[in-house]
Design a protein around this ligand. Structure first.
Ligand code: HEC
Length: 176
């Protein structure tokens, strides 16, 4: 009885192998999928992360009181992964968000494609990466003074792109 089962599973195994070998998947899962328009990405990912990176300007992260239930905290600074670690993680989230800003297929809230192929776009995105990774190092070093100064570089990296593509009288003209 056991032998038969063993034989059967070996045969199925071989069969399975040969089937996979002969019919390569024609419909692989997409590697990158865009879900949010640019405004939603800004509001959902960049803005909340940047505010955590800016927080040491106002209070030392290790002085921030943990939430009563840190596991359920909505403010990263008061959460289980709070204090300086929250600033480290938010810096990394910002640096990672630069990758999201380069995914093809994203549109702005007015339907205009995000100008990801414009050299200035790439330059401004690189500014976010650099400023965020510098902030990450300063958060690791728990250097409140230097990371407070670095806030300026982070916010300038946002501003440069906003000046070119966001700050228009009418939202219909954004991203053009
Ligand atoms: C490479 C360009 C670029 C960079 C870098 C960038 N933004 Fe934006 N951002 C935009 C554009 C363009 C819009 C308007 C998008 C739209 O209307 O769909 C926008 C919109 C926003 C909004 C929403 C504003 C509104 O009207 O509701 C916020 C908040 C925001 N950005 C925050 C940030 C922060 C914080 C950073 C830096 C950490 C940043 N952005 C970096 C291009 C950029």
């Amino acid at each position: 009885m056991r032998k038969t089962l063993l034989m059967l599973s070996i045969m199925l195994g071989l069969f399975g192998l040969s089937v996979t070998a002969q019919t390569p998947s024609t419909n692989p899962a997409p590697v990158q999928v865009v879900y949010a328009n640019l405004n939603q990405l800004m509001r959902g990912v960049l803005y909340p992360a940047a505010n955590v990176v800016f927080a040491p300007q106002f209070e030392s992260p290790d002085k921030v009181k943990q939430a009563l239930d840190p596991g359920m905290a909505t403010d990263p600074l008061t959460s289980t992964f709070g204090g300086w670690q929250a600033v480290e993680n938010a810096s990394l989230a910002l640096a990672e968000s630069a990758n999201l800003l380069m995914i093809p297929g994203r549109v702005c809230s007015n339907g205009v494609p995000a100008p990801i192929n414009d050299p200035d776009w790439t330059k401004f995105v690189q500014e976010v990466r650099d400023a965020a990774m510098q902030a990450y190092k300063l958060a690791q070093a728990k250097d409140q003074d230097k990371i407070s100064e670095q806030s300026d570089a982070v916010s300038k990296s946002c501003e440069h792109c906003h000046n070119k593509w966001r700050n228009r009288k009418s939202a219909a003209n954004r991203c053009k």
